[in-house]
Write a protein that binds this ligand. Structure first.
Ligand code: BJW
Ligand code: ZN
Length: 295
C-alpha cells in the first residue's frame, strides 16, 4: 500500500525551509482548548438540539427566536473564552520577521478560518498590544492575515438590507438576556423554549427589519472566496488545524493544494481517513502539537 503521511518533525521543518506561500486552514478544534465546543465530535449540542441543524436558513425562518437564543448562548461562550497556545502561535507567525525565523523563504502567510468565535483575531490583537508595550523590535502582526470564511458570531446582519455591524454587547437585546434567566424552564431534553416575539429580537439599526447572526449557514456562500481561492491556488504549504474537513468548500482545499504539488500538514486530535492523503499528520491536541512542531 502507499506510504502513509509522515509525522517526522525534522522532515516537516525541511519543508518549512522551502515554503513561500503558507496557508493555515483552521476549524473548531483550534478553539476546543479555549472551551468552545466543536460541531461534530460530540461537542455541538445545545438543549439536546444538534448545532448543525440550527445553523441553517430554514431553522431561522421557521423559528428565529430559537436560533437567536442558540446564538446568544454561543456569543456568551465565545466572549468569555480566551485564545489558547495554538491561536497564539498562529498569530505570532503573522509577524513577518518572526515568520522568517521559522520559514526563511516565506513571502505570504494567511489564516483561513472556518471559526466564527473571533479568537484568532483576539490573539492577534493582544499580541500587537504586547509588542507595542514592550517596544519590541519585531514588526507588527498583519491583521489582514486572517480570513473568516464562515463569518463572525459578533456580526449582526440585516435580513433585508445590506447593513451589518460588529456588536460585542451582551445581551444583544433585553429579551435574549431575560430568556437566559428561564434557562431552567427548558433545559431538559424535548421541552420547548418560550418564543421571543420577532419585534423583541435584534433589529437592523438602519431599516429596523429583523436582524440575524452574521455567520454563514448551510446553503449560503462562504465569505472572502475570491481571496481564499487565490491563496489556495498559490499555496505551497497548507497547514490544516482542528477541522473534520466535512464541510464544503473548505473540504476541497487540501486536494487543490496537492494538485499543484503543494504540501499538506494536518494537526488534528483524531486523524480521519481523509488525513491519510496528507503529507504530514501530527495527531494530538493542536495547542500542544503546533508549538512543539513549529514553535
Ligand atoms: C481537535 C481538537 C484539538 C478537537 N486539537 N484538533 C449535500 C447536501 C446539502 C449541502 C451540501 C451537500 N454537499 C455539499 C453541500 C454544501 C454544504 C456542505 O458542505 N454540507 C456538508 C455537511 C454535506 N456547504 C455549504 O452549504 C457551504 N456553502 C457552500 O458550499 O456554498 C456553495 C458555494 C461554494 C463555493 C462557491 C460558491 C458557492 C456553507 C457551509 C457553512 C457552514 N456553516 C457552519 C456554521 C457556522 C455558523 C455557526 O457556527 O453556527 O460552520 S457548520 C459548522 O461546520 C461550522 C464550521 O465552521 C464547519 C466546519 O466544522 P469544523 O470546524 O470542521 O468542526 P468539526 O466539529 O466538524 O471538527 C472538529 C475537528 O477538530 C475534529 O476533527 C476533531 O478531531 C478536532 N479537534 N479538538 C486539534 N484540541
Ligand atoms: Zn436593514
Amino acid at each position: 500500500s502507499a506510504p502513509g503521511p509522515s509525522n517526522d518533525t525534522d522532515e516537516f521543518r525541511d519543508v518549512l525551509q522551502e515554503s513561500q506561500h503558507i496557508v493555515v486552514l483552521a476549524g473548531a478544534g483550534l478553539s476546543a482548548a479555549s472551551g468552545v465546543p466543536t460541531f461534530r465530535d460530540g461537542g455541538g449540542m445545545w438543549r439536546s438540539l444538534d448545532a448543525t441543524t440550527l445553523a441553517t436558513p430554514a431553522a431561522f425562518a421557521s423559528n428565529p427566536s430559537l436560533v437567536w437564543q442558540f446564538y446568544h448562548y454561543r456569543r456568551l461562550k465565545a466572549l468569555n473564552a480566551q485564545p489558547n497556545d495554538a491561536h497564539r502561535l498562529l498569530a505570532k507567525l503573522s509577524i513577518p520577521s518572526y515568520l522568517k525565523t521559522i520559514a526563511p523563504a516565506a513571502k505570504t502567510y494567511h489564516i483561513v478560518t472556518q471559526n466564527v468565535d473571533r479568537l484568532s483575531v483576539v490573539a492577534l490583537e493582544s499580541l500587537a498590544r504586547d509588542l507595542a508595550d514592550k517596544k519590541s523590535r519585531l514588526d507588527r502582526p498583519r491583521k489582514d492575515s486572517i480570513l473568516e470564511m464562515h463569518g463572525r458570531l459578533f456580526d449582526v446582519k440585516c435580513t433585508v438590507c445590506d447593513y451589518c455591524v460588529e456588536d460585542l454587547t451582551n445581551p444583544l437585546c433585553e429579551a435574549l438576556g431575560a430568556a437566559d434567566s428561564h434557562l431552567g424552564d427548558y433545559h431538559d431534553a424535548g421541552s420547548k423554549p418560550n418564543g421571543i416575539p420577532e419585534a423583541a429580537l435584534p433589529r437592523c439599526l438602519s431599516c429596523h427589519s429583523l436582524a440575524r447572526p452574521g455567520v454563514v449557514w448551510f446553503g449560503e456562500k462562504p465569505l472572502r472566496l475570491d481571496d481564499i481561492n487565490s491563496l489556495i491556488f498559490k499555496a505551497d504549504l497548507c497547514i490544516i488545524v482542528g477541522t473534520s474537513l466535512t464541510v464544503h468548500p473548505a473540504s476541497t482545499y487540501m486536494y487543490r493544494v496537492q494538485r499543484h504539488k503543494g504540501k499538506v500538514a494536518v494537526f488534528n486530535l483524531d486523524p480521519t481517513e481523509r488525513d491519510r492523503r496528507a503529507d504530514f499528520v501530527f495527531a494530538g491536541p493542536c495547542e500542544v502539537e503546533l508549538p512543539r512542531v513549529l514553535g
